[in-house]
Ligand binder design. Structure first.
Ligand code: MG
Length: 336
């Protein structure tokens, strides 16, 4: 029978030691963590960006990813959206008794691989075992730095409030993939939709280092594109106008949405971003995105104006303008 987590693994004694050594320390192997001190010591010379997030998705493994990859991507992407370079992660695992060792090992391995891909080091961790029925959750905190000297290094933090009239809005790829993948698996619907769960460091660092005037960035997660862009419009006091026919959605996700009466504009991704850039840089930003990993389907989807502060409008294919609000109620629980 598959070996599972029991309450004794949370005792702090030899079983806990064995769990940490066999599952976590082996995968997250690095000098800072291996010191096994009470807290990690890391050097810092500039301002830092910090973010934290908890991941509770069910199922923990899904087409295109798993809760471990999701935790790393979700956290590093939030650091990147402020223009920081992700450097360090901490992770807390809350394991219910009954968690399969084999599944946990796969997830931790995937987390280690994704951290490597994203260029972050897991410097601290914690494990707790609680009563329950074999589910588990991960909390990750991320720290990012601003390269160069001084408080912000050689770049100012990117802010949600930075959009200006005249700017251009881009997305880095197709909308709704993660949400549709999780929902398909949970409902037992057979299709090829995969989560887009991915770290976006390559495209963000390329845009910033090549001097693109990036005025706002947001990863398109819970609430979907409409929610995150409405938030950016409100934060900057500008109007965002989207062209519906330019917003990329795969045929599979379109069909899936049609079947269930869902709107891809309100469905979460875990490896896509929306960027607001100066008009003169839009073409170059698009090229950078398209040439980076995870950005092949990037598109220009709209523009920013100043007429109607805080509004998000959708230009339909027949030329009408539809007002979009943030997601109301709960689209789908536990997708991240
Ligand atoms: Mg975010």
């Amino acid at each position: 029978m598959d070996k599972t987590i029991t309450m004794v693994h949370g005792s702090g004694g030899s079983a806990t030691g064995e769990l940490i050594a066999e599952v976590f320390a082996r995968e997250f192997d690095n000098e800072i963590l291996n010191a096994m001190e009470d807290s990690a010591f890391v050097p810092a010379t500039s301002g830092i960006a910090i973010t934290t997030d908890s991941f509770v998705v069910t199922p923990v493994e899904f087409p295109g990813g798993d809760i471990g990859r999701l935790a790393v991507c979700g956290t590093v992407n939030d650091l990147l959206m402020r223009g920081a370079v992700p450097k360090y992660l901490t992770c807390g695992f809350i394991l219910q008794e009954g968690v399969s060792f084999e599944v946990l090992q796969r997830v931790v391995h995937s987390m280690a691989e994704t951290a490597k891909e994203a260029g972050v080091t897991i410097v601290a961790g914690d494990t707790k075992v609680v009563n329950g029925s074999g589910e588990f959750y991960i909390n990750t905190t991320g720290v990012g730095i601003y390269p160069g000297d001084g408080e912000h290094g050689d770049r100012e933090p990117v802010s949600a409030a930075g959009a200006c009239p005249g700017d251009v809005i881009l997305v880095s790829g197709t909308m709704g993939d993660h949400h549709a993948a999780i929902l398909s698996q949970r409902m037992g619907i057979a299709n090829d939709i995969k989560s887009d769960c991915a770290p976006l460091g390559e495209m963000v660092q390329a845009m910033l280092s090549q001097g693109i005037a990036v005025h706002a960035l947001r990863d398109v997660t819970r609430g979907g594109l409409a929610t995150v862009l409405k938030e950016l419009a409100e934060a900057s006091g500008t109007t965002f106008i989207l062209n519906q026919s330019d917003i990329p959605v795969t045929d599979q996700v379109k069909d899936f949405c049609g079947l269930l009466g869902l709107d891809a504009l309100y469905m979460g991704n875990e490896g896509k971003l929306a960027a607001v850039v100066a008009k003169e840089d839009a073409k170059r930003a698009l090229e950078i995105m398209r040439h980076s990993a995870y950005g092949a389907d990037a598109a220009v989807i709209g523009e920013v104006t100043g007429e109607d502060p805080g509004r998000l409008l959708l230009r339909t294919p027949i030329g009408g303008l539809r007002n979009l609000e943030v997601l109301m109620g709960e689209g789908l629980p536990r997708i991240c």
